[in-house]
Design a protein around this ligand. Structure first.
Ligand code: HEC
Ligand code: HEC
Length: 290
């Protein structure tokens, strides 16, 4: 190629690259309304976004990985925590953490109830945006796990430790493939239902997160059933555990961060969202925890 041809070649290539870039940009913008569920941008969501900005939540938190890296990314927070939990948390975060365990603290924000409700609709809208896996490595809230992984925090690593979670079949049981075993299926559900149980519960003894550790839950059942605060119908540990999943407020484990006015912060959506078999499998799994 002579000089002139080289120049034309360079200009041509730049032109083609620019066109491709422009085309892709336009295409991305064309997809925004769908990826972001633009039709779900209600006035309440917009009001929640204003509360988010006014209180500088972004000075500590990230959304879609944007913001400050002091506190967890909240892009998917409403998929991990129920509305009741978030209401109570935003009213007074200090009830939920202790400095020993969390190391980082969230100051009280002095938000009105309306602010909080709006904020939660905003965060819920955010959580439904198709972010195509971005950010790849967000700062996680306690107990959350990245999509496609089971390990998040060291606590989570402890609770997902095979030695801690796989349980031997009961004596005399016919050996079954992992997939057919209700306990194994329950263990998988524990991590994969929405919201995932392990976003709030560890199965390692003594590791209390947004919900109490479920180690030894069947051994504690008798005590719960005998308690004067017990409002459920269970007579044995199995039924108690199943009831705890279907009707969380039948009995609330004592602790300021678990409930308010007798209403558990655990989502009460599982009775509808799960099939009876799935509830059996979760119960089988949890009953096996020592
Ligand atoms: C000064 C820093 C700071 C500011 C400002 C702040 N947060 Fe936080 N927030 C934190 C920290 C630190 C945590 C994690 C505490 C923990 O480890 O449990 C947290 C946790 C959270 C959680 C998750 C709770 C859980 O454990 O599930 C939510 C939701 C939340 N913040 C919402 C907000 C909102 C909304 C705002 C603005 C109104 C806000 N935060 C402002 C520091 C902050
Ligand atoms: C948003 C957090 C959250 C999620 C998600 C969650 N829980 Fe809970 N869970 C709690 C809290 C808080 C309590 C304690 C208050 C109460 O007793 O209801 C609790 C209590 C329990 C108890 C009773 C424990 C005891 O010692 O009596 C069981 C069993 C349980 N959860 C199982 C599950 C299962 C199974 C799932 C998933 C299908 C799940 N939880 C999802 C927060 C959660």
């Amino acid at each position: 190629m002579n000089k002139r041809q080289t120049r034309l070649f360079a200009i041509g290539c730049t032109g083609v690259a620019a066109l491709v870039f422009l085309g892709m940009t336009i295409d991305t913008h064309r997809q925004f309304p769908k990826l972001t569920n633009e039709d779900k941008l209600t006035p309440q969501v917009v009001a929640g976004k204003d509360v988010w900005h006014k209180n500088n939540c972004i000075n500590c938190h990230t959304l879609f990985g944007e913001g400050a890296y002091y506190a967890p990314d909240l892009t998917k927070i409403t998929k991990l925590r129920g509305e009741q939990y978030l209401q109570a948390y935003l009213r007074d975060p200090s009830k939920f953490y202790d400095e020993q365990r969390h190391r980082r603290l969230m100051p009280k924000q002095d938000l009105s109830d309306a602010d909080i409700t709006n904020l939660i609709s905003f965060l819920d809208w955010v959580s439904n945006v198709d972010n195509q896996g971005w950010p790849p490595r967000p700062l996680l809230v306690t107990g959350a796990s990245l999509p496609g992984t089971d390990l998040a925090s060291p606590q989570q690593a402890a609770s997902s430790n095979p030695a801690a979670t796989t349980t031997p079949a009961p004596p005399g049981a016919r050996p079954m493939a992992g997939d057919e075993n209700p306990m194994a299926l329950g263990e998988r559900l524990f991590r994969t239902v929405a919201p995932a149980c392990n976003a709030c519960h560890s199965v390692a003894p003594g590791v209390n997160m947004a919900g109490p550790s479920l180690a030894g839950v069947s051994a504690r059942a008798a005590q719960a059933i005998a308690s004067p605060d017990y409002k459920g119908k269970a007579k044995d540990a199995q039924t108690y555990i199943r009831e705890s999943i279907e009707v969380p407020s039948a009995y609330v484990v004592p602790g300021p961060m678990y409930s308010a006015n007798g209403v558990s912060f655990m989502p009460n959506t599982y009775a509808k969202a799960l099939t009876p078999e799935q509830l059996d499998q979760l119960t089988a799994y949890l009953s096996s925890l020592k």
